[in-house]
Write a protein that binds this ligand. Structure first.
Ligand code: LMR
Length: 334
């Protein structure tokens, strides 16, 4: 009798645990490395809001900004292991994963503006690139814009010769390594969360980033000059653990797909204004002098860096590079 009661109690417990699991929301841990007040940070918040509203609470999106959970390299490993479900790493960070083709986005001057970029990210080339992630256990959902990168240092960077011998922090991309070497600088690969301190202590002399990252990481406190060079693009692929995504109930996945579509629209609408606003914030801080380039200075920098396209063709694939040239109308000489 006593045994039967015990059995009954355990059965009841198991049943109630199952019922709880069925009621418990599906949690999406979304980790990223930038501040909340950036295009990516804001878009992640927008996605959370839409996802939770549209699934009526069946999905809970937990945001972990500013590398509070994982740094650059760790977050990709965590996604593959299923410790987090969603990330939006910059396109420069997929090389170490074995998907080198994404480094095409890092080629200096390959995009002159967002319109040219969107022909790639919102067209068949972008889609095919996302498809390459599935063999890594990753599903690519969307591209989110940040913006065009500016060079910074404690000395004015206007001509190729100004970079000689400077230690410049880069993301984990061989194209960015080649780009800095083309300027006779010394590239130093480093996680984003470590950049402020490295600049402050002189471990590196300078860096490159869109203004939104520069300002929100307070790099203007530790860099005297910011050159509006717009020499390359930095944006993101929003990615999820494939097994997790494929295992979602179909109606939930459909709702999340819709939320992602709208969050992407939002991200890409705010990115330019956010970066323009942060250039003004840097200016107002009076800590960093903002430098502009005249046409001859722009041409000299461009000429020094564009040979990187050819140098990197073996790594990225000349066909991919050419297909982007065709979309954007890029010509090496300008
Ligand atoms: C960087 O490491 O500089 C950027 O990728 C950070 C980011 O995610 O925008």
């Amino acid at each position: 009798m006593k045994r039967r009661t015990l059995l009954g109690t355990s059965l009841a417990l198991i049943l109630s645990a199952t019922a709880f699991a069925a009621d418990a929301p599906i949690v999406i841990k979304f980790s990223h490395v930038v501040a909340q007040d950036t295009p990516k940070g804001k878009a992640a918040e927008h996605f959370k809001k839409l996802a939770e509203e549209r699934t009526k609470g069946r999905v809970k999106v937990e945001l972990y900004p500013n590398s509070q959970l994982y740094k650059d390299k760790e977050e990709l490993e965590a996604l593959q292991l299923g410790a987090v479900q969603m990330l939006a790493p910059s396109l420069a960070k997929f090389g170490p994963l074995g998907v080198k083709e994404f480094e095409v986005f890092d080629l200096p001057y390959i995009f002159d503006n967002y319109d040219e970029l969107h022909k790639v990210t919102q067209g068949p080339i972008g889609k095919a690139l996302l498809g390459k992630l599935s063999s890594k256990g990753i599903t690519g959902l969307a591209y989110w814009d940040n913006g065009f990168k500016q060079f910074s240092a404690n000395k004015p960077l206007k001509a190729p010769g100004d970079f000689r011998g400077l230690k410049m922090r880069i993301q984990a991309s061989k194209v960015l390594d080649a780009q800095m070497r083309a300027l006779s600088a010394l590239p130093q690969q480093m996680a984003f969360s470590e950049v402020y301190q490295a600049l402050q202590t002189g471990v590196v002399d300078g860096t490159e980033n869109p203004a939104s990252n520069f300002y929100t990481q307070k790099m203007h406190e530790v860099q005297k000059f910011l050159t509006l060079s717009n020499h390359g693009y930095l944006g993101y692929a929003v990615i999820v653990n494939k097994k997790f995504w494929d295992g979602l109930p179909a109606d939930v996945r459909t709702a999340l797909d819709g939320a992602m579509r709208d969050a992407t629209k939002y991200a890409n609408e705010i990115a330019k204004a956010e970066n323009d606003g942060d250039i003004e914030n840097v200016r107002k801080s009076n800590r960093t002098q903002i430098l502009t380039l005249n046409p001859a200075e722009k041409a000299a920098l461009r000429n020094a860096m564009v040979p990187v396209h050819k140098q990197m063709a073996d790594r990225i694939g000349m066909d991919l590079i050419t297909s982007i040239y065709k979309e954007t109308g890029f010509t090496p000489a300008q």
